[in-house]
Design a protein around this ligand. Structure first.
Ligand code: AP5
Length: 226
């Protein structure tokens, strides 16, 4: 059986990582692992680690590594994603997390890391208008609402503004992106696994750029042992 691709999306807040990761996961039949969404779900269900993570998230701060690395390790530990492929979104965000990811992946190298490029003025507009489903995390925008505002098209849940989509938290998240996450672009470029993709344009147009990039790179590697 040919396995699905192992993909990682990088990009600043509001670049469209969650939106595109979900489409890519459906297209390639692989799992979408979004650490932010896993943490928000844990917070909603009121687990101790979820509530602790929420304190950091609401301030726009990074959640401590012992929690985020644990989330990724647990997910990759027993569900077969390493073999079957995945789209990872939101992890790693620091050099230390990138080292942890390399350890967790072992011999299952990433096929492609995408740097989704979107100017800051565009992401600020996207974040101000973003709305998400409280139950399943599906992503909308005030300019592209669900069919019956504001009931989620996917699960019927309530679609609301994220608690961290507030001015101060957005500013802090973008600062942390510049300081901690952007350097990972050079890290993965040095491993010759990174492509830059223009993230501006209609969602479907950005998606087709991504599929072209993934197919171009992944098909060359698909014959290789997983
Ligand atoms: P996370 O949930 O990952 O949020 P983020 O990094 O802030 O990224 P965003 O979700 O804001 O942006 P996105 O690029 O996914 O954009 P989206 O597709 O939604 O993390 C949240 C928090 O969790 C962090 O701040 C941190 O506290 C914690 N956390 C998570 N992982 C962690 C880690 N590894 N270490 C430590 N802490 C961690 O799109 C945005 C909007 O734009 C939407 O409304 C969408 O509809 C719209 N849109 C998308 N594409 C287009 C397009 N092409 N044209 C027009 N509109 C578009």
């Amino acid at each position: 059986m040919i396995r699905g691709p192992r993909l990682l999306l990088l990009g600043k807040q509001g670049a469209g990582k969650g939106t595109q990761a979900s489409l890519l996961a459906e297209h390639y039949g692989v799992t979408h692992l979004a650490t932010g969404e896993v943490l928000r779900a844990a917070a909603r269900s009121g687990t101790r680690f979820g509530l602790e993570a929420k304190r950091y998230m609401d301030e726009g701060e990074l959640v401590p590594d012992d929690i985020t690395v644990g989330v990724v390790e647990e997910r990759f530990g027993d569900n077969g994603e390493l073999e079957h492929g995945f789209v990872l979104d939101g992890f790693p965000r620091t050099a230390a997390q990138a080292e942890e990811l390399a350890r967790i992946l072992g011999e299952h190298d990433l096929d492609l890391v995408v740097a989704l490029e979107v100017p800051t003025e565009v992401v600020l507009d996207r974040l101000a208008g973003r709305r998400v489903c409280k139950d399943c995390g599906a992503i909308y925008h005030v300019s592209a609402p669900p069919e019956h505002p504001w009931d989620c098209d996917v699960c019927g849940g309530e679609v609301v503004q994220r608690d961290d989509d507030q001015e101060d938290a957005i500013k802090r998240r973008l600062e942390l992106y510049e300081q901690e996450t952007q350097p990972l672009i050079a890290y993965y470029r040095a491993q010759a696994v990174l492509v830059d993709i223009d993230g501006v344009g209609e969602t479907e147009v950005v998606f087709s750029r991504l599929v072209d990039a993934v197919d171009g790179k992944y098909e060359r590697r698909a014959g290789a042992p997983a």
